[in-house]
Design a protein around this ligand. Structure first.
Ligand code: KIV
Length: 268
């Protein structure tokens, strides 16, 4: 059996270049970090979605940088091989580049290998400053949960021609500024596929169809634990009475083989 190596940015870029799909899941604690890592998940995202699925809030807005640091530390303790992304929460980078840098340093010191931030052109100076200082950045475009009120709820982004072109320009600017990965959320399948081909960085989709370079889901959605009606792009991988470990392995296998997502069922 091949020895499994620690995931690196170089390897993630290689996967993008060769078309190997990247399997990413959110993770908030040490026990799940170990389980997901052992199941072969490539990237653990300590997402601020924890504000909803762990804390019970209706949005991600109340999550603080202290809480993100705590959960990132927990995940880092349980993980051995996966790449860890720490989410910069609302209010930890919007005010200034300096604040964003300080918040990112805290997440990196807590054990993150990369930080994620939401938003388009206005985040370019921060993305550049982080990249120049050796802090890998994952950008997040499309539906950006920290802007849920400005966006008018959970809606597909980039459907109209003008919105699609704005999204494309933002993605290009962020990549040019040094973003090393991009998450696209709630974006039409065709647009997400085009961006995946055009950009030189891995593009990970959530509700963005099958043509992205990888997929991410919120762990509690994949395990159908939230008790609420799930969006179209989510699939319950526990279906059929699988164990949690088998459900996560199935997610990894189906992402890698291109079986999940099925655009007819989960795409827009
Ligand atoms: O916080 C989170 O879980 C996320 C994913 C939805 C991509 O940002």
């Amino acid at each position: 059996m091949n020895e499994r190596h620690r995931m690196t940015l170089h390897r993630l870029k290689q996967m993008h270049a060769t078309g190997e799909k990247i399997a990413m899941l959110t993770c908030y604690d040490a026990v799940f970090a170990r389980l997901l890592d052992e199941a072969g998940v490539d990237v653990l995202l300590v997402g601020d979605s924890l504000g909803m699925v762990i804390q019970g809030n209706s949005t991600t807005l109340p999550v603080s940088i202290d809480q993100m640091v705590y959960h990132t530390e927990c995940v880092a303790r349980g993980n051995r091989h996966a790449w860890i992304i720490g989410d910069l929460p609302f209010g930890s980078y919007q005010q200034s580049v300096e604040l964003g840098l300080a918040s990112a340093v805290r997440l990196m010191q807590a054990g993150a290998h990369m930080v994620k931030l939401e938003g388009g052109g206005w985040t370019v100076p921060l993305v550049r400053a982080l990249a120049e200082r050796g802090i890998p950045v994952c950008a997040h475009l499309g539906f950006t949960p920290q802007s849920v009120f400005a966006l008018g709820g959970y809606r597909i982004q980039g459907r109209a021609e003008e919105a699609a072109s704005e999204l494309r320009i933002n993605a290009q600017q962020l990549a040019a500024a040094g973003a090393a990965m991009l998450v696209l959320e709630l974006v039409p399948t065709v647009l997400a596929g085009e961006l995946t081909k055009e950009l030189a960085i891995p593009v990970i989709g959530i509700g963005a169809g099958s043509r992205c370079g990888g997929q991410v889901l919120v762990l509690h959605d994949l395990l159908n634990l939230t008790g609420s009606r799930q969006p179209r792009f989510v699939r319950n991988f526990l279906e059929g009475g699988l164990s949690v470990q088998d459900a996560v392995r199935r997610f990894v296998t189906e992402v890698k083989s291109g079986q999940f997502p099925n655009d007819a069922l989960h795409g827009y």
